[in-house]
Design a protein around this ligand. Structure first.
Ligand code: LLP
Length: 427
């Protein structure tokens, strides 16, 4: 039994208090259940634009970019576009001084709407000829070599001399979900050190390529700086041993964001200030130890820039009682947010647009798709009088939702609105 159950008059006040850290920075809530982001009332947006609907707080994205620039003023912050990319997002992060990490010709083309070619970095364990043509056309600043097989083709597509990094697999376990781990030796990305040494020699023989440094990416939702520190030591030692001119060291992204709220034992947010302090110390120490100059540092946050800016709105279309479980079915789901079905991610859910008068009761919020794994939340507290037509809001859904969306069951794409200063525009 909660305090609100004991003292009914407390319910509206408690209901207006949203999970700290999970909602966009401009979120405002009133006691009658109204929630606004960027000065726009979410219930009004849903009424006007329909549901499901995704809302992106422009000020929140700006604030996350600025936090990285403040923490790492000498580093290049390369936004990982796979988290969320549209031309408007590219312009938004580009205006905040971010570079952009793209993983396909398509992402390169969209990134080019917001940043100049030299601020685009091309990744990917597969780079087709079309991808490399798009990179050459955009004159991307860096291409990250991921296999021995692609070196000749990257060289063949280069216009002039193309700067490249080699993605190495440092053998560091970042202690995140198995599906989000990429720094260990049992996955498909990058080259283990012996193969990376061969790649460095091979690149040296290609006139169209210049090796300027190394890259590693340990995984996603990494909550501690320790794996990054470990990786820096290993990669700097490798560069020194192989006599690689390490002008650039890219430590990848993966900085965790708490997507569930402190009440759960989900991943804790990795603060860019802690990362800056520990990465800087490790890099200076390792370089001094091996007698090499400290390279230019690149970091590639994706989720940490856009996750908290995003809120998804769904309308309730059915409430079903099955045994002890109350299923609440909404008009979106795995087509707009595949994370629960793919990784078992669970989200907090709020009813918005109405005051909470009834006690809270645990409910399971499910999507509309023909998959038993299409579950947005399990056992989340929602008002017991929740009914068809009510509006639900799911915070912290700006990253890896729209960018991984599908058209399963031939549903229409979920629109995304950028909100700020009381205005909402399609993104
Ligand atoms: N750099 C590289 C080379 C990457 O592969 C990734 C993510 C990032 C940077 C950015 O990672 P972030 O800072 O966003 O964690 N779909 C999964 C996440 C997959 C991440 C793939 N690579 C999810 O929804 O959790």
């Amino acid at each position: 039994m909660t305090l609100a159950d004991l003292i009914p008059t407390l319910r509206p006040t408690l209901a207006a208090r949203l999970e700290p850290g999970l909602w966009p920075v401009t979120t405002a809530a009133t006691c009658d259940g109204r929630v606004s982001v960027g000065g726009c009332d979410l219930a009004e947006l849903a009424a006007r634009h329909g549901t499901p609907l995704q809302v992106l707080d422009v000020a929140d994205v700006r604030e996350r970019c600025r936090a990285y620039r403040r923490a790492l003023p000498d580093a290049e912050i390369v936004y990982a576009a796979k988290a969320l990319l549209t031309p408007a997002v590219a312009r938004l992060v580009g205006a905040e001084g971010m570079s952009i990490d793209a993983c396909s010709g398509g992402e390169v083309a969209i990134a080019a709407a917001g940043v100049s070619g030299e601020r685009i970095l091309l990744h990917g364990n597969v780079k087709t000829d079309a991808d490399l043509r798009a990179a050459a056309e955009a004159r991307v600043g860096l291409i990250v070599i991921d296999s021995l097989d692609e070196i000749a083709r990257v060289a063949a597509h280069a216009r002039g001399v193309q700067d490249v990094l080699i993605r190495v697999t440092p053998g560091v376990d970042a202690h995140t979900l198995p599906g989000l781990t990429t720094g260990t030796l049992n996955q498909q990305f990058g080259l283990p050190f012996p193969e990376a040494a061969i790649a460095a020699k091979e690149i040296g023989t290609r006139r169209g390529l210049r090796l300027v440094g190394l890259h590693c990416h340990l995984g996603s939702q990494v909550t501690s700086t320790a794996p990054y520190v470990d990786a820096v030591h290993r990669v700097v030692r490798f560069a020194a041993e192989q006599d690689i001119d390490l002008q650039v060291l890219d430590t990848g992204g993966g900085h965790a964001v708490d997507v569930r709220g402190a009440a759960h034992d989900g991943p804790a947010t990795l603060d860019p200030k802690d990362l800056a302090r520990d990465l800087g110390r490790a890099l200076r120490g390792a370089c001094a130890h091996h007698g090499i100059a400290v390279p230019h540092l690149l970091v590639e946050p994706g989720r940490a820039i856009v996750a908290r800016a995003g809120v998804t709105l769904y309308r309730v279309w059915a409430v079903k009682h099955v045994g002890d479980t109350t299923f609440v079915a909404v008009d979106g789901g795995m087509s707009d947010n595949p994370r629960p079905a793919l990784y078992g991610a669970r989200h907090p859910v709020r009813r918005i647009g109405k005051p909470v008068r009834a006690p809270l009761s645990p409910m399971t919020v499910v999507g509309r798709h023909c998959e038993a794994t299409d579950r947005i939340a399990e056992g989340v507290p929602l008002p017991a009088d929740l009914a068809v037509g009510d509006l639900l809001a799911v915070p912290c859904t700006g990253a890896y939702t729209r960018s991984m969306a599908s058209t399963y069951n031939a549903v229409a794409p979920t629109p995304m609105l950028g909100v700020g200063g009381g205005a909402a525009l399609p993104i």
